[in-house]
Design a protein around this ligand. Structure first.
Ligand code: AMP
Ligand code: GLY
Length: 418
């Protein structure tokens, strides 16, 4: 089978790395890819946002299957477009991808189907949102309704901060039309975790849980990022909690899809908070997480292509993947300044030395190849993954490998999984 993977992050490198192990895969291509994906796939310089370009690529390359990595092309309707042309594609159609691309739509879905989530109110009128702030208790959470590169959530500690967030999002439109509507939410506390479950429309297949580290700096300080590192398992979901999450989140989710006639096929990745009163869904993502996928693919022993096929063909109930019992850790190496403005084109050394340990795999994100040398080209540059029989062992291996890699401005958190 010839497969196209869309995207250029560590997630896409990890998916390609895993697909390359499938005996059924004959050829892999990636758009646009990075220096790491080039080792498994032929990179084509078509942006993940260029839907007509991607369609033309899939047709001219005669691919048998397309996997969509990032959220933007899903929200723009790439799956609908490919399906209309008779192409096989993994991911939800735009109507279902709204569960990620509209937080108010996701809230309504959760309320309608009894999925636990923070109490909230939705506003499309800035004056009404500002009035709400005057009567709210603090802290509270202001969220832009649409996709905002992971930056659309503000924890407001005072009325002034909440009003400033509403002005920026709804009046100054710093996230464009993603801020036409805001969801204002009760502030929750507790450890967070990432769930991943394949959804074939009727059934779900739960992956092991993972934990992301979203803030830029150690001790969960600094700005929110796309994710600075993950561990799997998360350490906050025992067997009883896993059963509870199936009962309270995943079963109502698939029942809700049927009730609402939403044809969801793809990956559902709920962000959860384990609050003192039980687990609550912070958000739905309708794709693989990044950098959760890097840790999860290290633990998946079964053929990823079989899981993708079972999802598209509605056969998840017949599928039981095998997982490595060991702990996986992924440490993100980022460019200096990330998640703010960064400098690119710094030469990267040490990737081969870091990969000598057989338990270590280095996934590329913002990297590019020039004359056989790897340079930085984005905020998150590499994801160093390691497996260990304990969390401590996996962390030790991952950090030892991370320390062998050098580039100007290299930034990492030393407390991933600590
Ligand atoms: P989201 O994009 O909705 O996952 O939000 C990004 C981050 O904001 C989450 O990972 C949480 O750390 C935080 N967050 C979101 N919603 C809430 C909430 N209701 N209470 C407290 N923190 C939240
Ligand atoms: N790691 C969080 C995300 O992929 O949204």
């Amino acid at each position: 089978m010839k497969i196209l993977v869309i995207g250029s992050g560590g997630r896409e490198h990890a998916l390609l790395w895993k697909l390359a192990q499938s005996p059924r895969v004959t050829e892999l291509i990636c758009a646009p890819g990075n220096a790491g994906t080039a080792a498994f796939a032929i990179n084509h310089p078509v942006a993940a946002s260029d839907l007509p370009g991607l369609l033309a690529l899939a047709k001219s390359e005669q691919v048998d299957l397309t996997l969509v990595g990032p959220d933007d092309p899903l929200a723009a309707g790439i799956v609908d477009l490919f399906q209309k042309e008779g192409l096989r594609v993994f991911g939800p159609v735009v109507a279902a991808a709204r569960l990620e691309s509209s937080k108010s739509f996701a809230k309504e879905f959760m309320i309608r189907h009894g999925i636990p989530t923070a109490a909230s109110a939705t506003f499309s009128n800035p004056e009404a949102a500002l009035t709400h702030c005057a009567n709210a208790s603090y802290p509270m959470v202001v969220k832009a309704d649409g996709l905002a590169l992971g930056k659309g959530v503000v924890i407001a500690h005072t009325q002034g901060e909440a009003e400033a967030a509403i002005r920026e999002i709804m009046i100054e439109k710093i996230f464009g039309e993603a801020g036409d509507t805001v969801v204002i939410e009760e502030f929750l506390t507790g450890p967070e975790c990432s769930l991943h479950a394949l959804i074939d429309g009727k059934n779900y297949l739960l992956f092991p849980d993972a934990k992301d580290h979203k803030r830029a700096l150690e001790g969960d300080q600094g700005l929110n990022t796309g994710g600075m590192g993950t561990i799997s398992p998360s350490g906050v979901v025992g067997t009883a909690m896993q059963e509870r999450l199936k009962r309270e989140v995943l079963e109502p989710f698939v029942k809700g899809l049927s009730a609402d006639n939403l044809p969801f096929q793809g990956m559902l990745f709920p962000g959860l908070m384990m609050t003192p009163t039980g687990p609550k869904v912070l958000e739905f993502n309708c794709r693989f997480g990044d950098p959760e996928t890097q840790s999860l693919m290290r633990r998946l022993k079964s053929d990823l292509l079989d899981l993708i096929d079972a999802t598209i063909d509605g056969k998840l109930s017949e599928t039981t993947p095998v997982w490595d019992e060991r702990v996986a850790v992924c440490i993100v190496l980022a460019s200096g300044g990330y998640p703010g403005p960064i400098e690119k084109n710094k030469v990267i050394t040490g990737i081969e030395e870091a990969s000598v340990d057989p338990d270590v795999v280095v996934f590329h994100a913002g990297t590019t190849l020039k004359d056989g040398q790897v340079f930085t080209s984005g905020g998150r540059v590499l994801g160093i993954t390691a497996l260990g029989s304990t969390l401590e062992e996996a962390r030790k291996k991952a950090y030892a490998a991370a320390d062998k890699i050098a580039f100007e401005g290299k930034q990492l958190r030393r407390d991933i999984g600590a």
